[in-house]
Design a protein around this ligand. Structure first.
Ligand code: CA
Length: 224
């Protein structure tokens, strides 16, 4: 999952990035409102964490800007303690959830995962495709109930596919959600990573759709 983190406090942003990346998320930081408004409209993120007090353009107007431009990514706003008016304004502008500072960093991870899951229409925190399960709370994968060990990049790809079972996902879409903006991969890199995941899965769950991309689907149950 690719997250836009909008926070002008560099120390907090750094700590948040660390925790989110440890949880297997890809994080890009915007430190002011104008940059955030621009990135949210031009790049494709799975969710945003949006601080409200920002230099240049405040978080509420950033959120208005995104929504006015049809960007419907889930947004978790960060507010100062007790600023009820902020929360109200945030929800009015189209926020999906909020957290009050000081933050429990792990809670940011949990809320984000829940937001993305709900946005994709999954009520159960454990996503399943055949024998493969992804616990979105702990961000762990299991295959037949046994832990599956993946690198950070492999985990991002497989998590992205798990949120979109039976859908064809293009190589460029996968690339965008696995690599940072300044590291555009060539399509072969995605193929290499998919190949490694397939070997670890050891069964045909990731299908190649020629000329289109990949699809994660459970094998058809044999008749009888
Ligand atoms: Ca701030």
């Amino acid at each position: 999952m690719r997250i836009l983190l909008v926070e002008d406090d560099a120390i907090l942003a750094g700590r948040l990035r660390e925790v989110l990346e440890e949880a297997g998320l890809l994080v890009e930081i915007a430190a002011d409102g104008s940059q955030a408004a621009f990135l949210g409209c031009t790049e494709d993120y799975d969710a945003a964490v949006l601080d409200l007090g920002l230099p240049g353009q405040d978080g509420i107007s950033v959120l208005h800007h995104w929504r006015e431009h049809g960007r419907d990514l889930p947004v978790l706003i960060l507010t100062a303690r007790g600023r009820w008016s902020d929360k109200l304004a945030g929800f009015g502008a189209g926020a999906d959830d909020y957290l009050t500072k000081p933050l429990h960093l792990e809670e940011v991870v949990l809320r984000l995962r829940a937001l993305v899951r709900r946005t994709r229409g999954h009520a159960d925190p454990v996503l399943r495709v055949g024998a493969l399960a992804f616990d979105t709370l702990s961000s762990r994968f299991t295959l037949d109930g046994q832990p599956l060990t993946l690198t950070a990049q492999e985990q991002r790809i497989l998590a992205y596919l798990m949120h979109r079972p039976d859908q064809v996902v293009s190589r460029s879409e996968i690339g965008e959600h696995v690599y940072a903006r300044d590291l555009e991969p060539d399509s072969n890199t995605v193929d290499v990573l998919i190949g490694r995941i397939r070997r670890k899965l050891g069964r045909p769950l990731i299908h190649t759709e020629r000329g289109l991309g990949f699809r994660l689907s459970a094998p058809a149950t044999p008749p009888g």
